[in-house]
Design a protein around this ligand. Structure first.
Ligand SMILES: [Zn+2]
Length: 302
């Protein structure tokens, strides 16, 4: 990806080197994680189906669905705490890269929301080492990158990218960009009401149903990452092989591929992110035309 010299986001909080606290999620809300061999539970179908249908129908009618979903005026996410002021821009290339990717997602999603007459509330990104405190609880680097809806932040230990390359066989800068764009996709889902509904409904579901629902949420985030890649390609920022890097990353962190690698066999009922083929397919669906309407994983076969 041609990223050097491009704008860096002002929404990055560099907490590397700071100590966190004992590991384990669970204070308020659940994090949306990149799967790296441990599962996060699932959610609830019918409500999300209605919600997403409503979203697209209202939008088609020119009504402001985000406004309705957020319950009117006021800050989009009152839970955002301002205890961490934006730090100075990082001096290392790794952090600069993720900062540029985050800025590029801001440009794309600001544009998409604006085109719909909406305002995009930008997420923040926390860089950490070892462990970190979030509104979703404490997390260790071993959890992998995640998005916490409770504080609208993407959390990432940059060491994960080495793991992505070495352990998961997904190398290349655009593989990393895909991971970030996927987490930002969860933020978009938070804004349009998909995540809140998912988290509400998952509490009343059995594990198998929750896993199936989780898959639809995750595949939509993959599709949103594809939308981002579509517009990044239009800007001429992609280099040869970038799309392949992202597609390969989507493939390598598919549930089936992960399970085969970690336990040697596959348990489809436990899938909660989607198979390698599904993840790559939905990324490609978003990539093709860059349209939200192509990312309705709730009303289409996945
Ligand atoms: Zn996810």
């Amino acid at each position: 990806m041609r990223w050097r010299g491009r704008r860096q986001s002002s929404n990055v909080e560099d907490r590397r080197g700071q100590s966190g606290a004992p590991g384990g999620f669970g204070r308020s809300g659940r994090p949306m994680q990149i799967p790296i061999g441990r599962g996060v539970g699932g959610g609830g179908l019918s409500g999300i189906v209605i919600l997403v249908v409503l979203f697209f129908v209202l939008r088609a009618c020119g009504i402001d669905p985000l406004q309705i979903l957020e319950g009117g005026s006021g800050p989009a996410n009152p839970q955002i705490t301002q205890d961490e002021a934006p730090g100075s821009q990082p001096s290392d290339a790794e952090a600069q890269f993720v900062s540029v990717v985050l800025a590029e997602t801001e440009d794309v999603w600001n544009g998409i929301f604006q085109a719909e007459g909406q305002t995009y509330t930008e997420p923040r990104m926390v860089l950490f080492t070892d462990q970190v405190r979030s509104a979703c609880g404490f997390a260790s680097a071993a959890s992998g990158p995640f998005y916490c809806p409770g504080d609208s932040r993407v959390y990432i230990d940059l060491g994960f990218f080495r793991e992505l390359s070495q352990r998961f066989g997904a190398s290349g800068d655009f593989a990393q960009a895909y991971v970030i764009a996927h987490e930002v996709g969860h933020h978009v889902q938070n804004l349009i009401g998909v995540l809140p509904e998912f988290n509400r409904q998952r509490q009343t579901m059995g594990q198998a149903e929750a896993n199936r629902m989780s898959m639809r949420v995750e595949l939509q985030a993959d599709c949103f990452a594809g939308i981002w890649a579509h517009f990044t390609a239009q800007k001429g920022l992609l280099e040869d092989g970038d799309i392949e890097e992202a597609m390969n990353a989507a493939h390598q962190i598919g549930d089936d591929t992960l399970q085969r690698r970690t336990q040697g066999y596959v348990v489809p009922e436990s899938f909660n992110h989607g198979t390698s083929e599904q993840r790559a397919t939905w990324f490609a669906n978003g990539l093709r035309n860059g349209r939200l309407a192509d990312c309705d994983t709730f009303n289409n076969p996945i």
